[in-house]
Design a protein around this ligand. Structure first.
Ligand code: PRT
Ligand code: ZN
Length: 296
């Protein structure tokens, strides 16, 4: 693959569960991505950045080798790759909040599972042999890991293995195959990963700019802007209740001495319970608003 040394390259999944979220996040970060769903690459109009559309399994290699400076990939795929590498050649920069799932060992529903020791001497089918092997080794369990590239949940029915170890999100696939989860090997979500290869100064500056923007998008997803009115006596309690707020702005209300408007950015979820607590200590006219952009 020809790679232009002056441009930054981001590897994202071409199609699949992470593809739309990955592109969406980059768009939210202000990257104007040229269209063309079937292309292998897309140029970004407003930055010297190219996107590379690849299979998720190839993303760790591309980033480790420095072919792509950044990638967005499931932590499960990344760690499975890393366990086969003599040294880390990439860093996980940020969890991205999508593609959440867990790698779980599952047993036939009718099996009364007493604990992991029962796996000794058994066969377990998986597409994540290294992660499963690490889990078993950490517990001193000697089991046979049977590697499959897909349709792992069919293994017990086909007589290939008694147990499976596969990704689970809703659990519907396991259930449809008469299986039930018994152990969690790892929790996973999509992560932003960056090569350890040293970048030239231009690319380094661009990559820092890109990171700040992505962090800004991730921060705004949870954050809310809160405005409320309150008597002076309640200000201390209100500041303590506001979730993840730093130094709220407090402004006197014209015409009502002793009353103030409080404005704050809350960096954690704001629930109805939070609003009820604020009201209970004296707040009124409480407004919660989404934040469109944020740069700290
Ligand atoms: O073509 P390419 O190789 O790029 O894609 P792929 O088919 O290998 O991957 P894809 O798109 O299926 O998944 C990409 C990533 O999404 C995974 O590596 C995980 O990080 C994440 N992810 C999140 C999942 C799931 N949830 C998930 N449920 N990946 C797979 N599944 C499968 C699972 O293997 C099982 O077959 O969905 C089924 C279980 O789902 P539930 O909802 O029935 O529990
Ligand atoms: Zn894949």
């Amino acid at each position: 693959m020809f790679v232009d040394s002056q441009r930054l390259h981001i590897a994202v999944q071409k199609s699949g569960r992470l593809a739309d979220y990955s592109r969406g996040l980059l768009r939210d970060a202000g990257l104007k991505i040229q269209n063309g769903k079937n292309a292998l690459t897309a140029r970004v109009d407003n930055f010297p950045i190219d996107l590379m559309f690849v299979r998720d399994d190839d993303i760790p290699t591309f980033v480790a080798d420095g072919v792509c400076e950044f990638g967005m990939v499931g932590l499960n795929v990344l760690e499975e790759f890393a366990l086969d590498q003599p040294e880390a050649r990439f860093d996980v920069v940020a969890p991205l909040g999508f593609g959440r799932c867990a790698l779980k060992i599952a047993a036939p529903e009718a099996f009364a599972y007493p604990g992991p020791d029962v796996l000794a001497g058994e066969r377990i089918a998986t597409s994540y042999p290294r992660l499963l092997r690490r889990f078993l080794d950490e517990r001193g369990i000697d089991a046979t890991v049977v590697r499959m590239t897909g349709a792992v949940e069919l293994a017990p029915r086909l007589g290939i293995a008694r147990f499976v170890c596969d990704l689970v999100s809703t659990g519907a696939t396991l259930e449809a195959n008469g299986l039930a989860p018994v152990e969690t090997v790892m929790e996973s979500e999509a992560v932003l990963v960056r090569t350890r290869k040293v970048l030239n100064p231009g690319k380094q500056e661009l990559s820092e700019n890109l990171l700040r923007r992505i962090e800004g998008v991730l921060a705004t997803q949870e954050s809310k802007y809160i405005m409320l009115n309150a008597p002076e006596a309640a200000l201390g309690q209100i500041s303590a209740i506001l979730p993840g707020a730093e130094a709220p702005t407090i402004i006197p209300l014209a015409g009502t001495p002793g009353h103030f408007a409080v404005h704050a950015v809350c960096k954690e979820s704001v629930f109805w319970e939070t609003l009820q607590k604020l009201k209970a200590v004296g707040a009124s006219a409480i407004l919660v608003m989404p934040i469109e952009k944020m740069m700290m």
